[in-house]
Design a protein around this ligand. Sequence first.
Ligand code: SAH
Length: 250
Amino acid sequence: MVHFVGAGSGAPDLITLRGMRLLQQADVVIYAGSLVNPALLEYCKEGTKIHDSARMHLEEVLTVMEEAEAAGRDTVRLHTGDPSIYGAIREQMDILRQKGIAFDICPGVSSMSAAAAALEAEYTLPEVSQTVIISRIAGRTPVPDKEALPKLAGIGATLILFLSAGKTAEVQKELLQGAYREETPCAIVYKASWPQQRVLRGHVGELARMAEENGIRETALIIVGDILGDDYALSKLYDQHFTTGYRKGS
Ligand code: SAH
């Protein structure tokens, strides 16, 4: 069987218990060496065959899975963060289905969650933003026109950009074509939860300069929105006058 496992954002103790147990039992591990912290491989038992997918193409990855399956072995495919976000797991799952190889998925702590923790931020603040947009700037993988960054920026919600830290000048320009202003707060979080973690705070008008001055081009998230500012309303859930299913308001 093949287990797709979310490795978490980097710190080895941010994998789930289930993910750790799957790694401990795995006979074969294919991990995304460009982003997964190799310290996680220390959970593997002795003799586990380990492959770094950074050096492999899709067919090679699937051949390793197929051979392991034929030998009755368990494979863990270890993806960074949560596999559902820019994980490229769909293409692997579809082929496994065609080949009749069973698989399951173990979720992980996305870098967007680790970045919120590093920022001590809440992405959804009452009367500021109740919506989080996850996107990226187009790279070798295009972004559909209907989701072009200036359009998403037009909503003015909390915005989390993956895979975009190498193009901050373009990002800054396109954010300003939407609802964000030069003075809208933004942050860059580099290697969230790794020992090398860095948190940079600033404003949209200086985003490109922040990235450039700090030499950040990859393994970083860009977070934009007024949730990073100081104005918000208190929650209804904990309002003493508000009745909930568990508590009567006064
Ligand atoms: N599935 C992953 C994202 C994979 S796409 C997740 O849920 O986090 C790869 C991109 O994720 C990187 O270009 C970077 O933008 C972001 N990323 C991954 N790990 C990160 C980390 N520890 N800190 C900041 N950004 C990270």
